[in-house]
Design a protein around this ligand. Sequence first.
Ligand code: SF4
Ligand code: SF4
Length: 384
Amino acid sequence: MQYRKIGKTGVQTGVIGLGCEHLDRKPYAQVKETIDAALEAGITHLDVFMPGREVREHIAKALGNRRKDVTIQGHIGSTDIHHQYDISRDLTVVKRYFEEYLELFGYVDFGMMFFIDSEKDYQGVFETDFIRYVLERKQQGDIRHIGFSSHNPVMARKVIETGVPEMMLFSVNPAFDLHPAEIDVLERLNAQDKLDVSAFHGLDPVRADLYKLCEQRGIGITVMKTFGAGKLLSPEHTPFARPLTVAQCIHYALTRPAVAAVMLGCQSRQEVMQAMEYFDASDEERDYSAVLGTLKSEFRGHCVYCGHCQPCPSGIDIASVNKYLDIARLDETSVPPSIRSHYLQLEHHGSECIACRSCEKRCPFDVPIVENMRLARKIFEQHT
Ligand code: SF4
Ligand code: SF4
C-alpha cells in the first residue's frame, strides 16, 4: 500500500480505500471476510454511505477493536425511507440516520454532506438548519472533518467556496472528465447507444479546474466511479476505442491533482486482492496515455499527467512538475505556498532540465515540456 494525506486534514490514507456499497444486504460472513482482507492489505479508509442499519452493524462488528485503525466517511443525509437509497435534508430524518453512525462507530472521521449535485441540493444543505447541525457535530467532536459528495463540478466548486468542507468524494474517470457538468455520463454509458467521446474536446476545463482548485486549497479528493460503474472496462460499453484496464483507471484517478485515494467497491477477499494488483503493475501497465491517445488531437499541448514521457535523464518527475505548474497557472501572481512547497519537495526540479527533448519525442500529446520546465523554474524556484 502507498499512503497519501487527505488534503489539509492531514489524515493519512492508503491510496486504495474500500467503498462498502457492495457489502449492503450481504451476509455477515462475507462482510467480515472483505473487511479482514482490506485491513490486512493496508486499506485504512472506508466509505460507508449506505443508510441500512444491518450493513452498518455488520461493518462495525467486523471492525471490532480495529475501529481506531481506520477512517470512515459517514454520510449526512443518506437515508432509505422508502426502502431504497434516498437523500433527505429534513433534519429529523437526517439526525436519525446520522446518529446511528455515532452509536455504532463512536465517531465519524469524515462527516460527508451527502450528494450535493444541484442548486436545490445546495440550498437544502446551506440555506437550512442542515449546515448548523453539521457544524455543531464537528464542534462536539462527533465529526472529525467535514466533507461532501458530488458528481457535479459546478456545484462542487460552489460548495468548496463556502470554506466549510475540508475534503470531498467526487466521481473521477477519463470518460467523466471529458464531459461538461450538465451531461450525465453514467446514464449515457448505461444507454444502448454508444457514447461518442470524439464529439468532446479534451478534458473538460471545468472539471480540470476543479481538481486544480482542490489542490490549491488543500481539499483532498477521494474518488468514486473510478471504473464508470464498470463500463470503462467493458469492450461493449467503453466510449474509447478500447477498454481501459483496472490499473489504468486507478492510475488515472490517482494522477489527478488533489486526489488522495480511490474508493473501490470490493465485496470479497478475492476482489480486494485483485485491487491490490495495482501495486504490482508496471509503469507501462498503468499508463493510460494510449487510450486517451485515440483522441490525441483533443489533448494536444495539455498534460494529462500520464507519465508516458519518462524516464528523464535528470530524474525529473515531469508529470508532477506539469501538475503543479498547471495549478500555479490558475493565478501566477499568487502561487499558494503549499503548491510551491509540494514542488520544492520533489527530488528534481525544472531547473535541472538539460533540454535533451527525449521526453517530448515520447509525449503523445505534444506537450511543450522543455518550455514548461523553464516556466516551472521561473515560477517556483526564483526568490527561493
Ligand atoms: S508531458 Fe505528455 S507524456 Fe508526459 S505526463 Fe504529460 S501528457 Fe503524459
Ligand atoms: S528535456 Fe528536460 S525534462 Fe525532458 S527528459 Fe530531457 S532533461 Fe528531462
